[in-house]
Design a protein around this ligand. Structure first.
Ligand code: AHR
Length: 492
């Protein structure tokens, strides 16, 4: 039996809605095809952006979107992506398949996408191969209201008003594809570039420094020590792969319980990473002014057979739903420090919420988890204590249940639960402390197969359903969770 204490009398901070953020890079079929089809496309679109994807993202309540990379960001020169499309220079996308990038999707198109989906833009600037001047000009182009060369150029390109831009990243993975820098060197570069990222008029920029890869605690230490005072956020990148071999990460759909187990075990590592990076940040920033921004996370498998290896296209199964649910619970439970997270990536790349094929679109199990968990956005975090049986495979064990909870503005309590075991139910009993309630309802995402997934032929194989397995009696809640399930309960 799993016992959960829901500490309803200990509500301290909000779960930033930006924890439910996403990432879109000029990579494979994410931007081109997945989002941008062009004004002349037969696929129904608004200003070149596909309508079906916009509708799905609005319904999922996407709060913030990161762009243009990723590794692409440190090769991107923003001026190539403005002005008449036919005059925009082409470039080679060296990181991702060596394909030609025609720059038809640039700053104006990205900002339009954000308007259409109702998300805040999070733009990542080029430190690796760009100049300070170029970054300074981009900020001026987007956010300056007065008379200046860049604001006039923006007007000449059809946009009178400046955009509101809060989130700006100063480089991406500058320890790797963004310039192979040492932390000491990047810390100085960050300070220099950040100096020229100006706040114009009423626009205030939240500056995000390139943070560590997974468990590179030294990077965090050096960045916080040397540049913590100049940043608002520090990023963290961590991907979940089933194996320890980057050359053979395993298939997205053909796997056994061994890989199911190792994937979920590797997902739980996120908790340790956040705990340890936060502890370092606490030494330099005990008041938690600087946010930890997990702006790349999710599963990374071998690409689907027959697809371009540089396009990172993978299917998405019930296993990915569990990975999403577990990570989002971890972020909720660390939301005193984690202020944003961006799953990689939005459409057709890695752990995508949407897959497209021509004019068709499907929603993945990961989409459904984001949609179900959207009730936590900007709600007050309620700490939970869990005691649960282990899920054992071979000689290894991990906790069977993951959970997080919050109370929304109208006073409703939401508890999100994941049963990691693909063979056994989880019987859960919740002690709802400090909460008076009389009604429970819920939504469940589950399946009869670990690798169940949605396809263009069968788009609704995995989809949420009403959940009737929760019973509330005398303020004591019991839940019967089927194997491999993600459940969100609403308690009033
Ligand atoms: O998301 C794919 C790539 O993974 C990104 O471009 C890069 O930042 C990371 O290594």
């Amino acid at each position: 039996m799993t016992k959960i204490i829901v500490n309803g009398d200990v509500k301290k901070h909000r779960i930033s809605k930006n924890i439910y953020g996403h990432f879109s890079e000029h990579l494979g079929r994410c931007i081109y095809e997945g989002i941008w089809v062009g004004e002349d496309s037969k696929i129904p679109n608004t200003d070149g952006i596909r309508n079906d994807v916009v509708k799905a993202l609005r319904e999922m309540k996407i709060p913030v979107l990161r762009w243009p990379g990723g590794c692409f960001a440190d090769e991107y020169h923003w001026m190539d992506g403005i002005g008449p499309k036919e005059k925009r220079p082409k470039m080679v996308n060296t990181h991702w398949g060596g394909v030609v990038e025609n720059n038809h999707f640039g700053t104006h198109e990205f900002m339009r996408l954000c308007e259409l989906i109702g998300a805040e833009p999070y733009i990542c600037g080029n430190v690796g191969s760009g100049t300070v001047y170029e970054m300074q000009q981009w900020i001026e182009y987007m956010t300056f209201d007065g008379e200046s060369p860049m604001s006039n150029l923006r007007r000449a390109n059809g946009r009178e008003e400046p955009w509101k831009l809060t989130y700006f990243g100063i480089g991406n993975e500058n320890w790797g594809c963004g310039g192979n820098m040492r932390p000491e060197y990047y810390a100085d570069e960050f300070r220099r570039y950040a100096t020229y990222v100006r706040n114009f008029g009423g626009n205030w920029i939240y500056k995000i420094a390139c943070g560590p890869s997974s468990n590179d605690y030294r990077w965090t230490e050096v960045l916080m020590r040397e540049a913590g005072h100049m940043m608002n956020g520090l990023s963290l990148h961590h991907y979940t792969i089933p194996t320890s071999n980057w050359n053979n990460k395993g298939s997205a759909t053909r796997f056994d319980e061994k890989e199911w187990f190792s994937t979920l075990k590797n997902t739980l590592v996120m908790d340790e990473l956040i705990t340890r990076h936060s502890a370092i940040m606490d030494q330099y920033d005990p008041k938690k002014r600087v946010g930890l921004i997990v702006d790349e996370w999710g599963t990374w498998y071998n690409v689907e057979e027959g697809t371009n290896p540089g396009f990172l296209y993978q299917q998405n199964t019930m296993r990915d739903a569990l990975v999403a649910g577990i990570n989002l619970n971890i972020f909720n439970n660390h939301s005193d420090r984690v202020r944003m997270a961006n799953i990689a990536q939005l459409v057709n790349v890695l752990q995508a919420v949407i897959l497209t094929e021509g004019d068709k679109m499907i929603l993945t199990p990961t989409y459904h988890v984001f949609s179900m968990y959207s009730v936590h956005q900007d709600a007050l975090h309620v700490p939970v204590n869990i005691e649960c049986p282990e899920y054992t495979y071979g000689l290894e064990s991990i906790p069977q249940v993951s959970a997080s909870a919050s109370v929304d503005e109208s006073g409703k309590l939401h508890i999100s639960l994941c049963n990691l075991n693909p063979r056994e139910n989880a019987e859960v009993s919740c002690d709802l402390r400090g909460i008076r309630c009389s009604e429970v309802s819920g939504t469940i995402l589950t399946s009869d197969a670990m690798n169940a997934h949605n396809t263009f032929a069968e788009p609704d194989r995995v989809r949420p359903a009403a959940f009737a397995g929760a019973v509330l009696k005398n303020n004591e809640l019991t839940v019967d969770m089927p194997p491999m399930s993600v459940i969100v309960l609403e308690i009033k």
